[in-house]
Write a protein that binds this ligand. Structure first.
Ligand SMILES: Nc1ncnc2c1ncn2[C@@H]1O[C@H](COP(=O)(O)OP(=O)(O)OP(=O)(O)O)[C@@H](O)[C@H]1O
Ligand SMILES: [Mg+2]
Length: 264
């Protein structure tokens, strides 16, 4: 079987919808017939909690912390996978709050997740990595492992600076590791069409990313609700008008990575 497509859902700016977007893309990929592994790389553990696995966050070792920080324990990643009805989940854990300095000490500080995923990913079509809201070792691990990014951003002027910082960081990582990180798309999220600033920012982003797919997701209560209820929109509200956007993201990813074979 082919190796899965790995995607890092990243933006060091907090609260832009990384977790919500990642869960809904997972839901769309699942509907499309793909098997998804979702990695909650954020020490806050929002996705873990949102997907109803709060107990995993407080569980005793081994956790994601152990497999990332101790080469001898990498294979134990298979012991921590949880099943959700739309995807499998590698949960975050309370210990992850201490991982940053731990990773700095390791010889290949940005490459641990890549090595860990090799032990678990065979049966999946996609691995989605929900990144934490800061530029650090965890983010580097996600970017190095995936070498593909999807970037959620808000339609606000502060997003310009966020893009600048993120691309500077990605550029430095590419140089350090001799890799190329592919931009798979920007998702402008929580759009409120009544705001003129939103319209201006959408135009700015579309212009700045003219070679990259740009999707627009509106502010919707059912997106919020789906997140609190531990499912994607596809389970929460099959009539939501934003569903086609996530279906389109899934379809374009399948097209881009030539994963058109669907095995439902
Ligand atoms: N399109 C949307 N419509 C309505 N609410 C949304 C939408 N997208 C995200 N939200 C809400 O915005 C809040 C922040 O979203 P989310 O947690 O996904 O952001 P994040 O980037 O993952 O945050 P963090 O940086 O803390 O990881 C959540 O309460 C979520 O329900
Ligand atoms: Mg998040």
């Amino acid at each position: 079987m082919e190796k899965p497509v790995r995607l890092a859902i990243s933006n060091q700016k907090g609260g832009v919808g990384k977790t919500a977007i990642a869960i809904n893309i997972a839901g769309a990929l699942n509907r499309q017939g793909s098997d998804v592994l979702f990695v909650d790389l954020d020490p806050q553990g929002n996705a873990t909690e949102n997907l109803g696995m709060r107990e995993a966050y407080d569980e005793d070792p081994p956790s994601l912390f152990d497999v990332l920080s101790d080469a001898e324990q990498r294979e134990r990643i298979t012991d921590i996978v949880r099943e959700h009805r739309e995807m499998d989940l590698i949960p975050s854990n309370i210990d992850m709050t201490a991982i940053e300095p731990e990773l700095t000490l390791s010889r290949r500080s940005g490459q641990q997740l890549d090595l860990v995923l090799e032990h678990v990913e065979d049966e999946y079509d996609y691995v989605l990595i929900d990144c934490p809201p800061f530029l650090g070792n965890l983010m580097d691990n996600a970017l190095y492992a995936a070498q593909n990014t999807l970037i959620p951003a808000l339609a606000e002027t502060t997003s310009k600076r966020a893009f600048e910082l993120l691309y500077d960081h990605i550029g430095a990582l590419e140089t350090d590791y001799g890799i190329e990180i592919q931009d798979c798309g920007v998702i402008i999220n929580r759009i409120d069409v009544r705001k003129t600033q939103a319209q201006e920012m959408i135009a700015w982003i579309e212009d700045a990313f003219d070679d990259t797919p740009v999707w627009q997701v509106r502010e919707r209560a059912s997106i919020q609700r789906a997140l609190s209820n531990g499912v994607s929109l596809f389970e929460e509200d099959p009539n939501c008008d934003q569903l086609p956007m996530f279906e389109d993201i899934a379809a374009q990813l399948a097209d881009q990575f030539q994963r058109t074979e669907v095995h439902v």
